[in-house]
Design a protein around this ligand. Structure first.
Ligand code: C5P
Length: 334
C-alpha cells in the first residue's frame, strides 16, 4: 500500500458581535453573533495508523500564540487529551460512521498542528474538529473506502452536534465562507458575502496565560444579570450597519472606526470578572489601537488596528511587555 496522507486546515475565529439571550431549558443560550475567521489555522493530517481505531498526535506551530504560551510554560502539550474525548477524535468517529464504516476496522492516525490557543474563545478545538472532518472525509475517499466525499450540507449536519462553533469553522474552511451571522445557539448560519476586493481588518490577538471555561463564562453572565451586574439581554440581531461597514471597500480608516464603534460582546463583562487582568489590555492607551474586545467567551483579546503596520507595531510592543501577541487579519480571505 502506498503512503496516503490527506490534510485540511480550518481557521480560528473572533466574534465581532455577540448578543446573548437568557438560557433555554437545555442550558444553551440563544444568541446573535457575527463570526469572523482569522488568518490563523489548525491543520489536521490523516494517515494510516499503526493500530486499529483512531490515534492522535499533536505539535505546536512555530511562532504561533500557542508556541509563545509554550515557551514560558503556560501551555503544555499534555494538557490536550489525545483520547476519544478530543473533539477532533469525535469528529473523525462521526465522519467514519457517516460513511457507513466502523472505526475498529480502520487504522487511522490524525496529527494536529496547533496554532489557535486552547480555551481561548477562538474556536481552537472547533477548528481541530472541522479540519478533522475534512481530512478524514478525503482520506476515506482516497483510501477507496467510500465512493464519494460529503457535500457541504452533510458536513454541516455532522458539525453541529460537535459544538456550537463547529459549523461556522467548517464553513470558514472554504473560500469566502469566513464571515457569517450565527443564530440559534450559533449553528444557524447566514454567510455574509464578501466582495472580491474586500479589505480584511488588521487585528492583534492577545492570548492570556490561562484559559477560561466557556460554560463558566455563560453562567457568570446569567448570575450577574440576575444580580443587576450586567445589562439585561437585548435584541438578538446583528446590526445591519456593522455588516454594511464590514463589506464596504472604500474609506478604509473611517470604516474601521465605524466598525470599532459597533462591536459588542455580552460575554466580555463576565470574562473580565473571571479574569480581571483582561481589563489592563482592554483599557490600554495606545495610539495604534482603535478598539479592543474579548473574543467570544475569552480570554483572548482582539485589538482592532488602523492598518497592518499599526497591528505589527502593537503586537511587537505587547510582546516586549511579556504578552503573547500576534498580528493577523479578519475575516481570513482564503
Ligand atoms: O457547543 P459547545 O460545546 O462549544 O458549548 C460549550 C458550552 O458553552 C456549552 O456547554 C454551554 O454551557 C455554553 N453555550 C451556551 N450557549 C451557546 C453556546 C455555548 O450556553 N449558544
Amino acid at each position: 500500500m502506498h503512503v496516503l496522507e490527506t490534510r485540511a486546515k480550518a481557521p480560528g475565529k473572533v466574534n465581532l458581535y455577540l448578543a446573548v439571550g437568557n438560557p433555554r431549558e437545555d442550558g444553551y443560550h440563544p444568541l446573535a453573533t457575527l463570526f469572523s475567521s482569522v488568518n490563523i489555522y489548525e491543520t489536521v493530517t490523516a494517515r494510516d495508523g499503526q493500530e486499529p481505531g483512531i490515534t492522535l498526535s499533536l505539535d505546536i506551530v512555530p511562532v504561533s500564540l500557542v508556541d509563545q504560551q509554550h515557551h514560558v510554560g503556560e501551555f503544555d502539550l499534555a494538557e490536550v487529551p489525545l483520547d476519544e474525548s478530543n473533539l477532533a477524535h469525535r469528529a473523525a468517529v462521526s465522519m467514519v460512521q457517516a460513511h457507513g464504516l466502523t472505526v475498529n476496522d480502520l487504522n487511522l492516525h490524525l496529527h494536529i498542528d496547533k496554532a489557535v490557543p486552547v480555551a481561548g474563545g477562538m474556536a481552537g478545538g472547533s477548528a481541530d474538529a472541522a479540519a478533522a472532518l475534512l481530512a478524514v472525509d478525503q482520506y476515506l475517499y482516497e483510501r477507496r473506502l467510500t465512493e464519494r466525499t460529503l457535500g457541504l450540507e452533510e458536513l454541516l449536519a455532522l458539525a453541529a452536534p460537535l459544538g456550537a462553533d463547529v459549523p461556522f469553522v467548517v464553513r470558514a474552511a472554504f473560500p469566502l465562507g469566513g464571515l457569517a451571522v450565527g443564530e440559534g445557539t450559533g449553528t444557524e448560519l447566514r454567510i455574509v458575502e464578501l466582495p472580491e476586493d474586500m479589505i480584511p481588518l488588521d487585528i492583534v490577538l492577545v492570548a492570556a496565560s490561562e484559559g477560561l471555561s466557556t460554560p463558566q463564562v455563560f453562567s457568570e453572565l446569567d448570575e450577574g444579570r440576575a444580580a443587576g451586574l450586567y445589562p439585561e439581554a437585548g435584541e438578538l440581531q446583528v446590526p445591519s450597519g456593522l455588516l454594511h461597514a464590514l463589506t464596504q471597500t472604500e474609506a478604509p480608516i473611517a470604516r474601521i472606526h465605524e466598525i470599532g464603534r459597533q462591536l459588542r460582546n455580552d460575554l466580555q463583562g463576565p470574562a473580565v470578572t473571571l479574569a480581571p487582568d483582561l481589563e489592563t489590555i482592554l483599557t490600554m492607551d495606545n495610539e495604534s489601537m482603535v478598539e479592543a474586545f474579548v473574543s467570544g467567551s475569552g480570554p483572548t483579546v482582539a485589538i482592532l488596528a488602523e492598518d497592518a503596520t499599526a497591528a505589527d507595531e502593537l503586537a511587537a510592543a505587547l510582546r516586549r511587555r511579556g504578552r503573547h501577541a500576534i498580528a493577523t487579519q479578519t475575516p481570513a480571505m482564503l
